[in-house]
Design a protein around this ligand. Structure first.
Ligand SMILES: Cc1ncc(COP(=O)(O)O)c(C=O)c1O
Length: 450
């Protein structure tokens, strides 16, 4: 085992303080929250986290892709303090403040598309999705939404109607919005049609046309196509390069393209938006998570022509565009620019991909490695030939990592997801990957023996 510089863990996890908090949490906090392991945070800086018993962890989870500039970046903290001393809330639903204009100008300039755009603000990813659903219906006056199986767009009732990644998320919530049509995501490692890319010549698109558009979806009643440019919660899946471009035939029919960038946006994939890797310019974009380095803020950016179809009072939220969160977002965007964090994401993403691909060569249980920038997944299987999902193995690996000082979580049923802060250092990343490799090796030998 290599010497550790950042990860420092005592003998027993959870320690006594963590165990107490976990027990109290179970008593008072909704059981609908599911957690991977008993980490109880005491403090965090950059990509290193301390728990309440003095253990130290490297952060490969970034508060689920939220801590884009790491924990407590000094410029973000300074912005929060500065704004808090001026005013903490005033509600943009009824009053004006200037930093909102500044942030909107910045966002509009960062989103692709040679057309004018406007921004609507909420507090969470799901709220941005709700806004995009409401706006696209309002503009088109059409009822139907298209989305993918495996998609995750949030858990409120509208967003949940688009979400299709785990049955538990919908359990007991029906009826949802009925006019929502799901079709398969282009998941080449597990192609639903058992085809191989590129020989398949995008059979998935032909299938969608033949079995959906020609059979039962009245195309002129579709308001919008919601997609994750890389699928996140569904398992960290990168689509084949031309997929979205091929789906653009829908736009000729007046269907709006909504790129859900809540997990992929704000530089995570090495470009500001994930969709920029695929040569498609969306009509609406949803952002949240990494936009304000941890303060609750979401944005729905749309062509002005669409946004102007809303009349005053048609949509709003009291806490949307909270001025402290707005200031944190401005600081986040500035840190990403001045510290060249998208470049860091690209460079270190390549380091992670290379090391994980080496693990794939070495270990039977690493089935597939995929990603862009610091949005990286490694799918764990029982064995490479059957590709049977290694759910239990993936869980054992993340537990091993936790016990050895790395916060790693899964996506989908059996994919390890590597989403550290965009400013993680190469040393931190490599130490984290050392722990991943030890975990993979340990579980691989258990699983191939058994
Ligand atoms: C792609 C995507 N859309 C929407 C959401 C929902 O965001 P929130 O949990 O902030 O409502 C998530 C959250 O994981 C997400 O990954």
């Amino acid at each position: 085992m290599k010497a550790r510089k950042f990860a420092k863990v005592g003998s027993k996890l959870p320690g006594p303080n963590a165990a107490r908090v976990v027990k109290k949490t179970a008593e008072y906090v909704s059981p609908s929250i599911s957690r991977f392991y008993p980490l109880v945070v005491e403090s965090a800086r950059g990509s290193v986290v301390k728990d309440v018993d003095g253990n130290q962890f490297i952060d490969f989870a970034a508060g689920i892709a939220v801590l884009s500039t790491g924990s407590a970046h000094p410029k973000v903290v300074e912005a929060i303090e500065r704004q808090s001393r001026k005013f903490i809330h005033f509600s943009y639903t009824d009053f004006y403040y200037e930093n909102l204009v500044e942030l909107s100008e910045r966002l509009v300039s960062l989103i692709p598309g040679e057309f004018s755009k406007m921004v609507y603000y909420g507090n969470s990813g799901a709220e941005a999705i709700e806004a995009a659903m409401k706006l696209s219906r309002n503009y088109t006056r059409r009822p139907i939404f298209l989305a993918h199986s495996g998609a995750f767009h949030g858990r409120t009732m509208g967003a949940l109607s688009l979400t299709a990644s785990k049955p538990i998320q919908r359990e007991g919530a029906s009826p949802l919005i009925p006019e929502t049509v799901h079709f398969p995501y282009p998941y080449c490692y597990r192609c639903p049609w058992k085809q191989t890319f590129p020989e398949c010549d995008y059979y998935c698109v032909d299938y969608f046309k033949e079995q959906y558009i020609e059979k039962f979806v009245p195309i002129h009643e579709v308001a919008a196509y919601f997609f994750e440019p890389l699928q996140g919660e569904g398992g960290y899946i990168v689509p084949p390069p031309e997929y979205l471009r091929k789906m653009e035939f829908l736009r000729k029919e007046g269907i709006l393209f909504v790129s859900d960038e809540i997990q992929t946006g704000v530089g995570r994939t090495g470009k500001f938006l994930g969709v920029e890797h695929f040569g498609v310019t969306p009509d609406l974009v949803t952002l949240a998570k990494g936009i304000a380095s941890g303060l609750p803020l979401s944005a729905m950016v749309a062509k002005s022509e669409l946004m102007e179809s809303w009349k005053p009072g048609q949509h709003a939220s009291t806490f949307g565009a909270n001025p402290v969160a707005v200031e944190a977002a401005l600081a986040t965007l500035e840190v990403i620019r001045s510290e060249r964090l998208m470049e860091n994401a690209r460079r270190l993403g390549n380091v992670a991909m290379k090391r994980l691909n080496e693990m794939k060569e070495k270990y039977e249980i690493v089935g597939d490695v995929r990603g862009l920038g610091l949005f990286v997944g490694a799918e764990i299987v029982k064995d490479k030939k059957s590709k049977a999902r290694g759910e239990q193995e993936a869980r054992q690996i993340i537990e091993y990592c936790f016990k050895h000082g790395l916060l790693l979580i899964t996506a989908g049923r059996n994919t390890l997801r590597i989403i550290p802060p965009l400013n993680i250092t190469e040393d931190e990343l490599n130490e984290g990957l050392d722990i991943v490799e030890e975990g993979v090796a340990a579980i691989n030998s258990l699983s191939t023996k058994g």
